[in-house]
Design a protein around this ligand. Structure first.
Ligand code: AHR
Length: 498
């Protein structure tokens, strides 16, 4: 197959925030995850040093917190200051000690060097409670909340730029769910009050691909919004934990751009596409396993709804299928970098995350290495490229039907600050190696090297004491027009030229 790369035709410069992450007060993401006071591996503030290091290595640009469903009955004031009030989290039906709150979260963001992104409670919360939170974080000293922050030991404002009004308030499962009409008004009044506190904030609001919901939201609050927030989990196994197999996951790669296209169309129709960007601020191939907690027939015992969450910790389930899909979705984000400015892998630590923690260390799951490849080896300028002789392959989707899909998923880039090119290539085939020729429309020279992960099989995975998957580098010599590069089966790679 031959890939034509047009270095002169730029799709755009991707915002590094498309490699963002999300962490929620759910299971072991916070407590026993990144925040583990008393563990010898934690620092004096209680944060796991090994987790911080892993987050720094993939240069987490932005970290969304505290939820997710959790946030829709969360009251931030209970989790700042000396007296922390444990509360019963009605979303996940567990007690939260509130020992990790806004001040600890900001400290975490400073330690990893990322932007904070706070999602507010638009379920049981009010416009006032949301904007009080912004006062606490962003005002110098005006008013009671900024003074409270100072009294809590932080004299300087946190300058939290990114805020979201609500989380999935459209869903029956969400505490304090809203109708489309209710949502338009609440989002407008909340975002107005937040902007009155700090006009420098950038605001998103919970949305989806539903026209009625989005038209109500945008017609009421577009004047205050900078982003529109959407979420997607393609293998929706929240109730069943019945993983889609490799072939079915390859069928899911046909759907990586569908939601983006639908929301882009609406923004364009409302003439908002130049002013409001998409924040894909929760995404993962796999839905989180938490049965009997969102259903109307709630689980009655902890065996029904709580203990099964531990099954998210089975590292053998995070294979090359997850890595290949994750790379295909990151390619989709790069291809749509003109309208998608942020995306947040859900979550980063434990549950379906890319970093798994245990008492004595961490496991870097297959998806972690995809972020390593894209953040540290791919360029930031997305170029026009096409493959005229793309081989197609037949795969069986989860419903048992046959689908056709491209065998390769490719994004070509250059570097805003240096010469050279970098091409993200995903070989989705479970068995077949593929040969790819890179053709540039201008003269290109320089060394060719490929950074990649593939594992020995589609079922390869990492676990405690087991490392099937790690980034490898293959030196391919000087670039010669017409040179062909062999792509291993089930492989995610970044080919650098020059
Ligand atoms: O399954 C986890 C949940 O997925 C998040 O809390 C919520 O935002 C989404 O529905």
């Amino acid at each position: 197959m031959k890939l034509y790369i047009n270095g002169q035709r730029r799709i755009g410069t991707r915002d590094r925030m498309i490699y963002g992450h999300f962490i929620e007060h759910f299971h072991r993401q916070i407590y026993g995850g990144v925040y583990d006071p008393g563990n010898p591996l934690s620092d004096t503030d209680g944060f796991r040093k090994d987790v911080l290091e892993a987050m720094r290595k993939i240069r987490v640009p932005i970290l969304r917190w505290p939820g997710g469903c959790f946030v829709s009955s969360y009251h931030w004031k209970d989790a700042v200051g000396e007296n922390r009030t444990p509360f019963f989290d009605k979303a996940w039906r567990v007690e939260d000690p509130n020992s990790f709150g806004t001040d600890e979260y900001i400290k975490l963001c400073r330690k990893i060097g990322c932007e904070p992104y706070i999602c507010t409670n638009a379920g049981t919360g009010t416009a006032e409670e949301m904007s009080d939170w912004v006062e606490y974080c962003n005002l110098e000293c005006e008013g009671q909340y900024a003074k409270w922050r100072i009294a809590n030991g932080s004299p300087k404002p946190y300058k939290v730029k990114y805020w979201s009004v609500g989380n999935e308030n459209y869903g029956f499962w969400e505490i304090g769910a809203k109708s489309a009409k209710e949502w338009g008004r609440l989002a407008a009044e909340s975002s107005k009050m937040i902007k009155h506190v700090d006009p420098e904030t950038e605001l998103s609001a919970a949305a989806l691909t539903d026209l009625n919901w989005n038209i109500n939201l945008l017609s009421e609050s577009a004047q205050f919004l900078d982003w529109i927030s959407i979420h997607e989990y393609w293998d929706g196994i929240h109730q069943t934990n019945d993983y889609a197999d490799y072939e079915a996951v390859m069928a899911y790669t046909n759907q990586t751009e569908r939601s983006i296209a639908e929301v882009r169309g609406l923004l364009t129709a409302m003439r908002l596409e130049k002013r409001i960007k998409i924040a894909f601020d929760e995404w993962n191939l796999r839905g989180w396993y938490h049965p009997n907690v969102h259903t109307i027939k709630q689980g009655r015992t902890k065996e029904d709804y709580l203990y099964p969450r531990d099954k998210n910790d089975d590292n053998s389930k995070y294979t090359m299928a997850d890595a290949v899909f994750t790379a295909c979705f990151l390619n989709a984000l790069n291809r749509n970098c003109d309208i998608v400015g942020m995306a947040n892998f859900a979550p980063i630590v434990n549950t379906r995350g890319c970093i798994f923690t245990h008492r004595d260390g961490i496991v870097l799951r297959s998806t972690y290495h995809v972020f390593d490849l894209y953040v540290n080896y791919l360029g930031d300028v997305v170029l026009d490229s096409w493959c005229g002789d793309m081989e197609r392959m037949q795969v069986q989707n989860k419903a048992g039907d046959m689908e056709e899909t491209d065998s390769l998923d490719i994004v070509a880039t250059s570097f805003g600050r240096r010469d050279g090119y970098a091409v993200a290539v995903v070989n989705k085939s479970a068995e077949k190696s593929r040969k790819l020729e890179l053709s540039f429309e201008t003269e290109v020279s320089g060394a060719v090297r490929m950074y990649y992960i593939s594992g020995d099989s589609t079922e390869s995975y990492n676990d405690i004491g087991r490392e099937d998957i790690a980034v490898k580098c293959e030196e391919l010599g000087e670039y010669i027009p017409g040179m062909e590069i062999t792509l291993r089966p089930h492989m995610v790679g970044v080919i650098q030229v020059g």
